[in-house]
Ligand binder design. Structure first.
Ligand SMILES: *[C@@H]1O[C@H](CO)[C@@H](O)[C@H](O)[C@H]1NC(C)=O
Length: 355
């Protein structure tokens, strides 16, 4: 079944805070069951017992685990979700509806409440038993163009998508089919085995198209090709769960800046006079702030000025930044008048006697 996601319209908005829906990788209108399944998947993925790696990676995962649990605590409660949708996080605080306020203990509680029931209390990670074998539709990947500025400051891209949704229809259809091996006796001492499909009858469905708005959270420091996942927003599957919808970030080339990992590169052209006597200027950064670049002495063409901390923010650590490397190009005059030539000769008399 070929299903296309039509990206009908893109509108850029600026919004920084990561919201609970982003954390659980679901759109705002997601059904409770989808939120639950997404939470389950993420909580198992980021559970402190399951994450391996450096102390820093573990700390980052622990924070994510707490965020995931906190988001689920709010979105799984009808009342809290309603308040959050209308008034945001501040609304929750005012209503005193926000539990302990995060913290490791809170997260563990929500986690054990959720999984305590499902696994009869004792649950271990070892086997694959916790992974349900529900078939899933195909994941859909869609390119999403963003600017370097978007990746520097972060933004929310609103995407309108036309998606196929299964609706009840007249009649019945075959479902839950499985292959069964049937043995038949053809005669004395003669058996034949063959495969037979056995199906159940289910109410029929028909696909209807539904337009849905998704807010794709582009966070500061995300990299080119990084994927933003919407859980179960991909290709639907009858008698299964939909695949995921993955937005693949593609950076539009910027006219003045180039990115190399967390660093930025910029070319600055100065005049020959500035190159000789020194200069002081400002470079406008991606978000508009001015970066001061200066040199007191002689600058040779190709000289690189390094400005620590003026590069891209680090993903999930936006208070830390890479560096900005400014390569200086010197604009030579096309020609000098005879008078200028004489003046230059006079000025630099004896300068290169050692050559
Ligand atoms: C700087 O100039 C070099 C050489 O012309 C070019 O290859 C590079 O792409 C330029 N970088 C930026 C950020 O414009």
């Amino acid at each position: 079944m070929a299903i296309r996601c039509l990206l009908a319209l893109l509108i850029l908005q600026v919004a920084l805070a990561r919201d609970y829906y982003d954390i659980l990788k679901v759109p705002k209108g997601a059904a409770d069951s989808v939120i639950k399944r997404s939470y389950r998947k993420l909580a198992l993925q980021y559970h402190p017992d399951k994450v391996k790696g450096s102390e820093e990676e573990k700390a980052a995962a622990a924070k994510k685990f707490a965020d995931i649990n906190h988001a689920y605590e709010v979105l799984s409660s009808e009342e809290k979700r309603r308040i959050y949708n209308r008034y945001g996080e501040d609304g929750l605080k005012q209503h005193g509806a926000q539990g302990g306020g995060g913290g490791g203990g809170g997260a563990a509680d929500i986690f054990s409440q959720f999984f305590g029931g499902a696994f009869g209390g004792g649950f271990g990670f070892g086997g694959g038993e916790e992974e349900e074998q529900t078939p899933k539709g195909h994941n859909v990947r869609v390119d999403l163009e963003v600017s370097l500025r978007d990746l520097y400051v972060g933004t929310t891209v609103r995407v309108l998508r036309d998606k196929p949704v299964a609706r009840p229809a007249k009649g019945t259809r075959k479902c839950n089919c499985r292959n069964k091996v049937v043995t038949r006796q053809l005669g004395p001492g003669m058996f034949q085995q063959f495969q037979q499909q056995e199906c159940q009858e289910c109410p029929n469905v028909a696909y209807a198209r539904e337009t849905e708005a998704l807010n794709v959270a582009v966070e500061p420091g995300m990299s080119d090709r990084q994927e933003v996942v919407f859980f179960e927003e991909g290709e639907p599957l009858l008698d299964g769960e939909p695949g995921d919808l993955n937005f693949v970030l593609r950076t539009r080339p910027h006219v003045r800046f180039e990115r190399a990992g967390n660093d930025l590169r910029h070319n600055l052209t100065i005049s020959l006079v500035d190159a000789l006597v020194g200069f002081s200027t400002e470079v406008e950064h991606l978000d508009g702030h001015k970066v001061h670049v200066a040199a007191a002495g002689v600058i040779v063409p190709g000289h690189v000025v390094r400005l620590p901390g003026e590069g891209m923010p680090l993903f999930e650590h936006p208070d830390r930044h890479g560096d900005l490397f400014i390569t200086v190009t010197v604009a030579f005059p096309k020609a000098l008048t005879e008078k200028q030539k004489a003046a230059v000769r006079e000025t630099f008399k004896g300068l290169h006697d050692e050559l």
